[in-house]
Design a protein around this ligand. Structure first.
Ligand SMILES: Cc1ncc(COP(=O)(O)O)c(C=O)c1O
Length: 384
């Protein structure tokens, strides 16, 4: 089945017991044992729940893995994956990534002596250099495109390198989803999603997913999932399955709208710089073309010095000022004070997460309405 069909029929297709076309919400914490020790395969919902299993199987199918795991947020998914490591281990991370991911590395796992090494992962030679001198590195953690600067890392090249050094490649695939990019097929070991974003797609669920292609890794993660317990609820699992069904059509529209908005932005003298993987001047342009079927709906851009970013951000009528991305509605945010505030000021400045940078998650509204809204905000935000 092609992915447009798989999003609808993958995983568990309907309910065997009743014929219902959707897997029901099994809103239960526990299961009755017919007699001592005899179960129908379920004992307690933290350990297993049919609605959660439906989304876990679905994401495994979509990412071409052997198993998936659903968590109560993207951060819970990331925390579960980082719990694979032990004191003394090092993990390479990109020099710009989601602020909350940096925070969990910096303020939580560092306390357990699991340390991170920051690198510009878009240059594979940087990763090689670190792997060569630091034998404590156990994984390379990448976001591609990165949040918010849209840097591209070559998943295949990193995975090959990581394999040679016997370390894991972990890819946060939130921005592109398996509809546009399949990290496991490119050689990665673990895929992570903030399913809150494009997968759920309607800004009504907070969820995280992990997919692997190795049985031992899957068993370890299932053990961690059950032990730590940050599982996705049956209701949210249902909403996530429901959201994924329209992933293909939504992503096509996100792509299409984003490309038109990028065209508008690059031709506007009030915009200093546009960050989008589909732009030829993005250093990752060729790699992106090779490894992804599209560029997604997130566009970051730096405002020119004549625009007051606070006024600009307060002026939208159609686009919503708020955190998050990937919903049907367009969302705009200010990474330096919102999504990436947890990253120290010096690091933010050095990589380009400056005060005039904004991140737009292009929704599926009429694109002319969106462009008009941006034009109005530029006019309102003009200083002189
Ligand atoms: C790329 C990326 N990964 C992970 C997360 C964390 O996900 P959640 O907010 O679902 O915990 C986010 C949230 O914005 C994100 O953008």
């Amino acid at each position: 089945m092609e992915i447009e069909s798989l999003v609808i029929h993958g995983g568990v297709d309907g309910d065997k017991a009743t014929g219902a076309v959707n897997v029901p919400i099994y809103q239960t914490s526990t299961y009755k044992q017919a007699e001592f020790g005899v179960t129908k395969g379920y004992e307690y919902t933290r350990t297993g729940n049919p609605t959660r299993e439906a989304v876990e199987k679905l994401i495994a199918d979509l990412e071409e893995g052997i198993g998936g795991l659903a968590f109560g947020s993207g951060m819970a998914a990331i925390t579960a994956v980082l719990s694979l490591f032990k004191s003394g281990d090092h993990i390479i991370i990109p020099d710009n990534l989601y602020g909350g991911t940096f925070r969990v590395f910096d303020k939580v796992f560092r306390n357990f002596n699991i340390d991170y090494i920051i690198a510009d992962t878009s240059k594979v030679e940087n990763i090689k250099e670190i792997l060569e001198y630091d034998k404590s590195v156990k994984a390379v953690y990448i976001e591609t495109p990165t949040n918010p600067l849209m840097d591209i890392t070559d998943i295949e090249a990193v995975s090959l390198l990581a394999e040679k050094y016997k370390v894991l490649t972990i890819v946060d695939n939130t921005f592109l989803t398996p509809y546009l990019q399949k990290p496991l097929a490119l050689g990665a070991d673990i895929v992570i999603h903030s399913a809150t974003k494009y997968l759920a797609g309607h800004s009504d669920v907070v969820a995280g997913l992990v997919v692997v292609k190795d049985k031992v890794l899957l068993e370890k993660l299932q053990f961690i999932q059950n032990s730590i317990g940050g599982v996705l609820s049956p209701f949210d699992s249902f909403l996530l399955v429901r959201g994924i069904k329209t992933l293909a059509v939504r992503m096509d529209r996100h792509n299409e709208n984003a490309e038109k908005i990028v065209d508008f932005l690059i031709n506007n003298s009030d915009i200093e710089k546009v960050y989008y993987p589909g732009l030829k001047d993005n250093p990752g342009y060729e790699v992106q073309k090779k490894q992804a079927k599209g560029n997604g709906g997130v566009v970051s851009f730096a405002l020119g010095q004549d625009i007051d970013y606070k006024k600009f951000l307060s002026s939208f009528k159609v686009i919503t000022l708020g955190e998050s991305l990937g919903g049907v509605e367009s969302l705009i945010c200010h990474p330096a004070t919102m999504t990436h505030a947890a990253i120290p000021y010096e690091i933010r400045q050095s990589v380009g997460i400056t005060d005039n940078l904004v991140r737009l998650s292009v929704g599926i509204e009429n694109v002319d309405d969106l462009i008009q809204d941006i034009k109005n905000a530029i006019d309102t935000g003009r200083i002189n």
